[in-house]
Design a protein around this ligand. Structure first.
Ligand code: 6OD
Length: 469
């Protein structure tokens, strides 16, 4: 049974709920559901720890971040196992991306915070400078698609900035957060600095609304993000949201077609398409459209499917496959449920799918699906490609495939997205601003932007009297 972790101690409280292995549908573990009392206890523990943690010099807190990174290295295999049990991710991806990013997140923010220069401004006889203060207690609401990567992406800058946290992982993926709680105790992190509670949406709602919580960082659906935004509006709590996407990929005829196809395979199908940065709309210049479609469809049929996180999410993705057909799409690959003939047949799989032939106004092309699926459409001119890519209510990420340097910059600068990758996808430098425009979110995290979100500046201005001479 996974127990909450509050004030440095395991806390058994609330009803048990089951967590399923998406590969087989079997129950892998039980976890405690946080009730109002548990949420209150966790926030109080975080508040109690906040003063001493905030008073610690940033260099010392950076030292704790490095110790947490070492703690992750020490529990690497347990974290890998927990993440795989809850998500069904492939071993290779979990070992090379999900868990190592946790280590990288803590190390990167230890450096970024300790090397950050202070601001100072001079006028004749006037000195102004800013000091940054932590916000207090941060609610960290983590989604199920990249549980450990995203939890640590938020925790590292929040903690190094001097805040304490209450983390609520998704009800589908509590495992790696539970191991992380244990390792916080193992490395001797002061009790109450990190608190972890488990539960469903209502537990998260109680947490974000708790008057002892000063700010909320959330990655997940736009619907949940707007609900959180409304519920914290009265208290003007700070929020940082990375929300949904309907990301476009543009393939120009001057692009390296082989690389563009492989790039599309990654950007559409990685993690079963369950990454907010995944491409769901591909636009391909007409002279290479047929060749691209044939190559992508062939590759889609070779891909080993990854499970959807839950039976419910699988139904959602399948409903979009059915919608595509009813809206008149031509299915180039997939479109159904794979038959493995083994234990996976009871799991939550869908086929990697490529469709074409739908209007830009179809629901399929407008709504986020969050599965291993994309629509491919032709375009004729650069201007049309940009309009098509920008014709979405979302604006998180985009990819551009071209070997024309001028075009690469020209197009990238006109795309309405927080992130544009050229001839690659999901290549990360943790110092860069990260986040989306339009319905894809509010605020930026990454590098010093994260430190800005997790702290408030106070400007101190001093009048310097000039001595009489
Ligand atoms: O790589 C990251 O830092 C990041 N925030 C990824 C988000 C993926 C969303 O599904």
């Amino acid at each position: 049974m996974l127990t909450h972790f509050i004030g440095g101690e395991p806390v058994v409280a609330g009803k048990a709920f089951p967590v399923h292995d998406p590969v087989t549908g079997a129950v892998v573990r039980q976890a405690c559901e946080a009730d109002p009392e548990v949420v209150d206890r966790a926030v109080r523990a975080a508040r109690q720890a906040a003063r001493d943690w905030a008073a610690m010099p940033v260099g010392e807190r950076a030292g704790w971040m490095r110790r947490l990174a070492e703690g992750i290295e020490a529990r690497f295999d347990d974290l890998v196992a927990a993440e795989i049990a809850d998500t069904g991710k492939p071993l290779d991806q979990t070992r090379t991306l999900d868990i190592p990013r946790g280590i990288a997140n803590f190390r990167a923010f230890a450096e970024i915070a300790s090397q950050r220069p202070e601001d100072a401004f001079h006028l004749p006889g006037v000195l102004s400078y800013t000091v940054r203060r932590p916000l207090g207690v941060i609610a960290v609401i983590v989604p199920w698609n990249l549980p450990f990567l995203l939890m640590t992406w938020k925790l590292a800058p929040a903690l190094v900035s001097g805040n304490t946290v209450v983390v609520k992982p998704s009800e589908h993926t509590p495992g790696s957060a539970a191991v992380f709680a244990e390792l916080c105790a193992e490395v001797g992190l002061p009790p109450g600095v990190v608190n972890v509670i488990f539960g469903h949406g209502p537990a998260g709602q109680l947490l974000v609304e708790h008057p002892g919580v000063d700010a909320v960082t959330f990655t997940g659906s736009t619907a949940t993000g707007t609900a959180i935004m409304k519920s914290v509006a009265d208290r003007v709590k700070r929020i940082s949201f990375e929300l949904g996407g309907k990301n476009a990929g543009l393939v120009f005829e001057d692009g390296d077609l082989g690389k563009a196809v492989e790039g599309a395979v990654k950007s559409v199908f990685t993690n079963g398409g369950q990454v907010c940065l995944c491409t769901e709309r591909l636009y391909v210049q007409r002279p290479v459209f047929e060749e691209f479609c044939a190559a992508l469809a062939a590759r889609a049929q070779e891909i080993v499917p990854q499970p959807m996180i839950s039976a419910e999410h699988r139904e959602k993705v399948l409903s979009y496959y059915a919608l595509a057909r009813s809206e008149g799409a031509k299915v180039l690959a997939g479109g159904g449920v794979p038959a493995f003939g083994d234990h996976r047949d009871a799991g939550y799989f869908v086929e990697p799918t490529v469709v074409t032939g739908l209007s830009e106004w179809s629901r399929f092309n407008r709504e986020e699906i969050f599965g291993p699926v994309c629509h491919v459409a032709p375009f004729d001119s650069e201007a049309e490609a940009i309009d098509l890519a920008n014709g979405s209510e979302y604006g998180l990420a985009a990819t551009v495939w071209t070997t024309n340097l001028d075009r690469a910059h020209r197009v990238a600068q006109r795309l309405e997205a927080g992130l544009v990758w050229v001839n690659t996808w999901y290549l990360r430098d943790l110092r860069t601003p990260f986040g989306g425009v339009k319905l894809s979110g509010i605020g930026r995290e990454g590098g010093t932007r994260s430190l800005d979100f997790y702290s408030e500046p106070t400007t101190i201005t001093i009048k310097l009297e000039q001595p009489d001479v």
